[in-house]
Design a protein around this ligand. Structure first.
Ligand SMILES: *Cc1c(COP(=O)(O)O)cnc(C)c1O
Length: 430
């Protein structure tokens, strides 16, 4: 296999289209014309693969799928309309009917909403555990558990997961581990190398890097084997009634059956399809992923070090800093650099109004922008307690390490000196 930088520019595309376009074209069409009725029938029955209707896939999307699979070291991938959709269809496809999920407490706010409200409405039980507590992961597993879920680097506190420890617990229970690698990025960490079975991304963030387009991807790393315990996974191992009398596991097998189920059932039925234009935008972003992430990672560490010695800052949550709780895990899992999304807690003077102090600082920033996004070329801040994590209870925020004074930073590609000057000017107002 070629190196990471070559893969991020070339994987999944051979310019053998009739027009020989050097860059993957945008196939902006809702549907595809069949050569004959027999050809159409074969496509609908999953006997052959090909272009059918853009809810299922477009060729632009397929290039993106192959490219992200290549970057994560996976076998196949499915791209969908958003990271939220990627998490939802992945977990739905694994839990099947009657399954139970064990998930980390330290998750993106939108994922917490999905798991504890919408999945609860659907009757899908979820147990949340502190991701650093291996005993809690083990104790939460039930006979009907079908998947363990966590983020490689949690947002906004940048806790680093011991992926290998959680993967071993999942595999001892005979279930796969799904890792949300949005903040990690495949440049900094490839969860498949540490035992994860599926990786999901909000492609909106670092894969795009330009903040123009929503998208999500799930990669099958080719290690989940439903055939080993077929009774546990009837939706893979019993006849796939909607199409024919074959089973998905027989027809597609390890590494491919999951994508076939996600596309032909969950994306087909629920409809969170990726537009060809957004797939193309995300491909443009991926071409510079390693350059951007290495620069953002270095900038973030410089900002973290600066904030750590600033009198207006009580605490910096960045695992690259010596003496912080996740530093040893960062050294083990992130040898190429730490996350560029991290947080710090303001030191609010005794007796001062906490929220007013936080607001003064955030509203004074000029170079760093107040935007609910991460992984953008622009440096962005967010106040988790009143924005991305406002739906959580105070106790849930505390369990995730978020305080009312926590400010999240996503380091962009501007000059680090300008970002530091901007922070210093704003912090003088606490
Ligand atoms: C943003 C984000 C999501 C959701 O992705 P969208 O593309 O916004 O739907 C999921 N997980 C993490 C870690 C995220 O940061």
């Amino acid at each position: 296999m070629t190196g990471f930088s070559t893969r991020q520019i070339q994987a999944g595309y051979v310019p053998a289209t009739p027009q020989n376009s050097a860059v993957p074209p945008i196939y902006q069409t809702a549907a595809y014309e069949f050569g004959s009725l027999a050809e159409a029938a074969d496509l609908f029955a999953l006997r052959t693969a090909g272009n059918l209707y853009s809810r299922n896939a477009s060729p632009t999307q397929q290039v993106l799928e192959e490219r992200v699979a290549a970057l994560e070291g996976g076998v196949s991938a499915v791209a969908v309309a958003s990271g939220q959709a990627a998490v939802a269809v992945t977990l739905l496809a694994l839990v099947g009917r009657g399954g139970h999920i064990v998930a980390a407490t330290q998750l993106y706010g939108g994922t917490v909403d999905l798991l504890q409200e919408t999945f609860d409405d659907f009757g899908i039980p979820v147990t949340f555990v502190d991701q650093d507590d291996t005993e809690a992961w083990r104790a939460a597993i039930r006979p009907e558990t079908r998947v363990l879920f966590a983020e490689s680097i949690a947002n906004p506190i940048a806790q680093v997961l011991d992926i290998r420890a959680v993967a071993d617990i999942a595999h001892a229970a005979g279930v796969p581990l799904v890792i949300d690698n949005t903040v990690g990025t495949p440049y900094l960490v490839r969860p498949g190398e540490h035992g994860a079975d599926f990786v999901v991304h909000s492609a909106t963030k670092f894969l795009s890097g330009h903040g123009t387009s929503l998208g999500g991807v799930v990669v099958d790393l080719g290690t989940f084997d439903a055939g080993r315990e077929p009774a546990r996974w009837p939706h893979f191992t019993e006849p796939y009634a909607r199409v024919g009398d074959f089973t998905l596991w027989e027809r597609f097998g390890i590494g491919q059956a999951f994508a076939a189920l996600v596309k032909s059932k969950y994306v087909h039925d629920l409809g969170p399809s990726l537009s060809p234009f957004n797939a193309w935008q995300i491909l443009q972003g991926i071409e510079t992923l390693d350059l951007r992430v290495s620069r953002q990672s270095a900038t973030a560490l410089a900002l973290a070090r600066h904030l750590q010695q600033h009198p207006a800052v009580a605490r910096v949550h960045h695992p690259g800093l010596e003496g912080t709780p996740w530093h040893a895990l960062a050294e083990r899992y992130l040898p190429r650099g730490g996350p560029s999304v991290f947080s710090f807690d303001l030191a609010v003077p005794r007796g001062a109004d906490t929220h007013a102090s936080v607001a003064r600082v955030i509203d004074a920033l000029r170079v760093i922008r107040l935007v609910a996004n991460i992984g953008d070329a622009r440096s962005l801040v967010n106040h988790p307690a009143s924005m991305t994590h406002s739906h959580l209870t105070a106790a849930q925020r505390e369990a995730a390490g978020i305080s009312p004074t926590t400010i999240r930073l996503s380091a962009g590609l501007e000059d680090a000196a300008d970002l530091i000057a901007d922070l210093d000017r704003a912090l003088a107002l606490t």
